[in-house]
Design a protein around this ligand. Structure first.
Ligand code: GTP
Ligand code: MG
Length: 441
């Protein structure tokens, strides 16, 4: 089963590259069975260059970031991109969703779908198509939305998962919330699941957990790549008889999305929390118990914090605790044998606790286990949740857009490229509906 990706815009390309790099290093440390499956999932072997190539299409409206992606010295020569799978132009979208969507969109789409088709031809069995993009710029957001709309229209059966990076809420560019609202509204309509990542959270994780005083985008992307891989790195389940009977005893991302995480199309926002994260030098000294890791992870979920700032006073029934619709727990490391009797065959009870979930709609959960030592950790956990996590951030974005739309602030910059006040109002209403639905749970 193969995963195809699109890297769109600066953020999308930088995050995508760090992700593949992490996956390749993880593959190198894995068992032969895991190596074979993870390799097939994300890479193609190119006999001409004797290198593995990431199964990705790279797009940006300016050349710099893609050129950097093509210089493989940064990646210790372990893998490559296929240069014929890249498309760049000379003029970025200037942080303008309308420019990316309405101007670059129609002019570039044919060339990109041709590349996508070539990737599809190489694949025997497509699992999911993943888009890496930011919500705030012009290319990842505007062109990215146009591309998702086109893929949905031309290939209605292909599963789409968006990995969308939210801007710092304190604001980097004044129109970021316009772009984020237009993008979210479009993605919510056209994809199967939207996995949101908050730059604020990546930044505090780098500072508080990894002790990096002034985190760079590269530092943040490494944290993000670890998070994403903790979910997307293939799980080789021990159990011969899982209720999924998927090829080679592994589960597809598509099955996990449809059968566990997003069962109701009104609720398709996902988030990830993973443990442990620490500076490499600490790793040798830390011994974690499964029960302690599990406790910390669920506490992070219900109080929506990073590991360093977890509020242990919050209970699932407390006012303001995050309610879930669905949770997928991925356990990586040995769980069957332990000298400590409380750890042997530990069954991770918290995910099944009723108080964690909304009583208003059907909820679901699943635990997957794999012996693989992820990220060199003897024990690690990853929790992918469909929950109320993003209500507050979406509320902040929407309120800001509401004020700006009513003041008609910067609207002329978008009108130049065919977007009207009505378009903004429609998109705003859709995003408000999304967080309202989650709020009501
Ligand atoms: N986490 C992370 N965020 C990034 C990165 N690069 C940019 N961003 C965020 O992405 C947003 C800006 O979007 P970009 O991806 O730079 O914009 P673009 O898609 O290239 O669009 P244009 O430059 O307008 O053509 C801001 O919120 C940045 O903080 C990155 O490498 N990692
Ligand atoms: Mg750019």
């Amino acid at each position: 089963m193969s995963v195809l990706t699109f890297q769109v815009g600066q953020c999308g390309n930088q995050v995508g590259q760090t992700f593949y790099d992490f996956i390749m290093k993880e593959i190198i440390n894995a068992s032969p069975a895991s190596q074979a499956i993870a390799g097939d999932t994300f890479f193609d072997y190119n006999p001409k260059t004797d290198k593995y190539e990431a199964r990705s299409v790279l797009i940006d409206m300016e050349p710099k970031v893609i050129n950097e992606c093509l210089t493989s010295h940064k990646r210790e020569n372990l893998w490559d991109y296929d240069p014929t799978m890249c498309l760049f132009k000379q003029e970025g979208s200037g942080n303008n969703w309308a420019f990316g969507h309405n101007i670059h969109g129609p002019t570039c789409i044919e060339a990109i779908l041709e590349k996508f088709n070539r990737q599809l031809e190489k694949v025997d069995y497509l699992d999911t198509t993943i888009f890496f993009q930011s919500l705030a710029g012009g290319t990842g957001s505007g062109f990215g939305s146009f591309l998702v709309e086109a893929v949905r229209e031309n290939y209605p059966d292909i599963d789409i998962l968006n990995i969308a990076v939210m801007p710092l809420l304190t604001g980097e560019v004044i129109v970021q919330n316009y772009n984020a609202t237009m993008t979210l509204s479009s993605l919510y309509e056209n994809s199967d699941a939207v996995l949101l990542v908050e730059n604020d959270l990546l930044n505090t994780t780098c500072k508080n957990l990894l002790k990096i005083e002034k985190p760079t985008l590269d530092d943040m992307n490494r944290v993000l790549a670890t998070m994403l891989s903790s979910f997307l790195y293939p799980v080789l389940s021990d159990k011969k008889k899982n209720f999924y009977s998927v090829l080679q005893n592994r589960l597809s991302i598509s099955d996990l999305m449809h059968d566990v995480l997003v069962q109701n199309p009104l609720y398709k926002l996902l988030g990830i929390k993973n443990l442990p994260l620490m500076p490499d030098t600490y790793q040798a000294y830390v011994v974690n118990k499964w029960s302690a890791l599990e406790n910390r992870l669920f506490q992070m979920l219900i109080s929506n914090t990073t590991e360093a700032m977890t509020n242990f006073g919050m209970k699932p029934t407390s006012q303001g605790a995050i309610k879930s619709i669905s949770n997928l727990l991925i356990v990586r490391g040995e769980t069957g044998v332990s000298k400590d009797p409380s750890e042997k065959d530990y069954n991770f009870p918290l995910i099944a606790k009723k108080e964690m979930y909304t009583a208003k709609i059907t909820h679901s959960h699943m635990i997957l286990k794999d012996k693989h030592n992820f990220n060199n950790n003897e024990k690690s956990l990853s929790l992918v949740s469909n929950s109320q996590t993003y209500v507050k951030s979406l509320e902040v974005i929407s309120k800001n857009v509401y004020k700006m739309v009513h003041a008609k602030a910067y609207i002329y910059q978008y009108e130049k490229f065919g977007l009207t006040l009505d378009h903004f109002e429609e998109a705003l209403a859709r995003v408000e509906q999304v967080y309202h639905n989650y709020n009501e749970l």
